[in-house]
Design a protein around this ligand. Structure first.
Ligand code: UD1
Length: 419
């Protein structure tokens, strides 16, 4: 099993280029099912999750050509056919369930099992199913298989989401684009990745209004064609490097970002007393000042992202005083607390809050990446900790950070991968 060995590396300096967003690319790849013809996706982060999504598409006859050097994928759907979505692949990534909406729209039926992914909570799919049902589909769940069937076709309707779920918003949008008439989704998620998906679908010929707002209107069309689309920058990768720069007291230039998408993160860092300069698509971070403790509450976008919570926890563990993190999105997203504890952090969990009492220093230790962003938090901790840290289960980290070892080495981090 591969591990990262990290030696304390303070004052990290240099430039980091940000990849296309994994969480925008995954639904866009799934949405390509809806196109008739060849679609070209640019700025693709070739991560393991993206490769699994490509294999899921190939399994239903879609032709995928990857050009890793140019970060591009060509997708040709002319030989697509419908069959039960491959369980061995479905269980690997949560986003595999995003195939349900476009397959339902294109073929009128889907057979798929419950998805896998990071173990950060129960992660039900009831809101996705509620949306499909409202559009006229029948759902039968037996022996772990979900059969979704729209015998008489999907028909536009009004759908209210009890919670602005990112995946449910995406799946319902994709299911509605070919439905008869008009669909209105209220209380939907407003994440930039959803705006990117809508932009892609509209380029294919869909009629979707209200991207980035809590109400989205979809006017059904007969079919979708082809387009070329460039994925938005990964705000979570960028945010991780922002925190890493601050925590190591470094000076990193983060290049190719969308500063607008990072407002919740940059304003929290400023509150901590970290100097940040934003210009066009570059953010510079200077982690030199004395830091102040802060509280954080994770919220749907534009609130503070749950995907940045573990990385901030590492930083807050090293700030004098008490900070509190209130996790409102996932019920089991504190598994990194025990690992940070092994490194000397003083954190207590009470319900969905983590109470962090800042310590003078943390120390290198053997720890385990329990999920993707928890793994990122441990890398930051390893760079700050006195001595040497060993992080196991790094396949979680590689699901979301492209070339992380190389990128870190380029800015002076002492990190190596061992098997
Ligand atoms: C997406 C992101 C993930 C991020 C999360 C929240 C992708 C591929 N993943 O995940 O990185 O952490 O948004 O920003 O884009 N829920 C239900 N019923 C449902 C669906 C969701 O109760 O049918 C609940 C979930 O259990 C969770 C909350 O809603 O507590 C948010 O989940 P959701 O927004 O759906 O996250 P994902 O789309 O899975």
């Amino acid at each position: 099993m591969e591990k990262f060995i990290i030696e304390q590396s303070l004052n990290i300096k240099g430039d980091v280029y940000i990849e296309g967003a994994k969480n925008a690319c995954l639904p866009i790849l799934a949405a390509a099912i809806l196109s008739n013809g060849e679609t070209i996706i640019k700025k693709v982060p070739f991560l393991s999750d993206i490769n699994v999504m490509c294999s899921l598409l190939e399994d239903i006859g879609i032709d995928i050509k990857k050009d890793i050097n140019n970060k591009t994928i060509n997708i040709d759907t002319k030989n697509i056919y419908n069959k039960e979505v491959c369980y061995d692949l479905v269980k690997k990534i949560r986003a595999s369930f995003l195939l349900a909406g476009p397959l339902l729209a294109r073929f009128g039926k889907v057979s798929i099992q419950m998805p896998g992914g990071c173990a950060i909570g129960v992660r039900p799919i009831d809101l996705h199913l509620k949306g499909f049902k409202a559009l006229g589909a029948e759902i039968i769940q037996e022996h772990g298989i979900i059969e979704i069937n729209a015998k008489n076709g999907l028909v536009g309707t009004e759908i209210y989401l009890d919670f602005p779920s990112v995946g449910a918003t995406e799946n319902i949008i994709m299911a509605s684009v070919l439905a008869k008439g008009e669909t209105i989704i209220s209380n939907c998620a407003t994440e930039p990745e959803i705006v990117d998906l809508i932009e892609f679908l509209n380029k294919l010929g869909a009629k979707i209004e209200g991207a980035g707002t809590e109400t989205i209107k979809i006017i059904g069309v007969d079919s979708l064609y082809n387009c070329t689309h460039t994925i938005i920058p990964d705000r979570i990768e960028a945010g991780t490097f922002l925190v890493l720069s601050a925590a190591t007291r470094g000076e990193i230039n983060i290049l190719d970002v969308n500063c607008e998408h990072l407002k919740a993160v940059t304003s929290k860092l400023r509150e901590i007393n970290i100097d940040i300069e934003e210009k066009d698509n570059i953010i510079k971070v200077f982690g030199k000042n004395i830091f102040k403790n802060v509280d954080i509450k994770t919220m749907p976008y534009p609130g503070f992202p749950t995907d940045m919570q573990p990385q901030f926890m590492t930083l807050m563990s090293m700030i004098q005083g008490t900070s509190i993190i209130n996790e409102t999105i996932f019920e089991n997203r504190f598994m990194h607390v025990a690992e940070l504890g092994l490194m000397g952090a003083n954190i207590k969990v009470e319900g969905n809050s983590a109470i962090i009492n800042g310590v003078e220093k943390i120390t290198g230790s053997k720890v385990k990446a329990t999920d993707l962003r928890a793994g990122a938090a441990l890398i930051i901790a390893g760079l700050c900790a006195e001595g040497i840290s060993e992080i196991s289960d790094i396949y979680h980290i590689e699901r979301g950070y492209y070339n992380i070892e190389e990128k870190l080495k380029n800015i002076g981090a002492k990190i190596k991968k061992i098997t």
